[in-house]
Design a protein around this ligand. Sequence first.
Ligand code: 6GU
Length: 239
Amino acid sequence: MHLSQLDMSYPITILTLFPEMFPGTLAHSIMKKAAEKELWNLTVINIRDFAEGNYKRVDDTPYGGGAGMVMKADVVAKAIRAAKKNQPNAPVIFMTPSGTPFKQAKAVELSKNKAGVILLCGHYEGIDERVLETEVDMEISIGDYVLSGGEIAAQVVVDAIIRNIQGVLGNDNTLSEESFDEDENGQKLLEYPHYTRPETWEGLEVPEVLRSGHHDNIKKWRKQKSLEKTKKVRPDILE
Ligand code: 6GU
């Protein structure tokens, strides 16, 4: 591990109308330990802080009619510009079900950018398109379903990014044999099955090959199991 990668803290800013939803899951487990090691840091900005007047209005009715409310361009733009003061070179990413599907490759790519990320969480029906045009670099979706807001999705994206940063996972090797990692032929495969003691549990045995100590056979068996699993549940990622 290079010192140059250890001596910096990956900066993340979240823009949200629900700042109390953070750090949420990010205050636990591996993300917590990584934050304590200052490998990453989180700033949460309340979008409402940039609203004007006594009512602090953040949304309004949509032009053209229709259901729901739309977040106001001026308020969202001010919040984004405040985040950019601290992270001028970070991509601004809007969390939305109509964004580009989020993949492992994007998590790895973002983890390598020392400028970090600024994640904009939407609510209501959407955000005024003009602020997306002028202030947002990328739109990300975490899957083909609709969430009530971008906050849970933002936590998913942060976790997926941060675990790729050097020093976050105890063993550097644990990163290289996971689901969606490429094998030596560049093929993405799902993970092989795992077992621990006892050797027999409720009549079910740990596969003999894993107890054999024959590392070459273990490697072949795991590859075969990964392939079978991928064919069964994710034929779409098999090339
Ligand atoms: Cl990023 N946001 C929302 N609100 N819903 C989603 C999503 C994001 N990804 C999938 N569904």
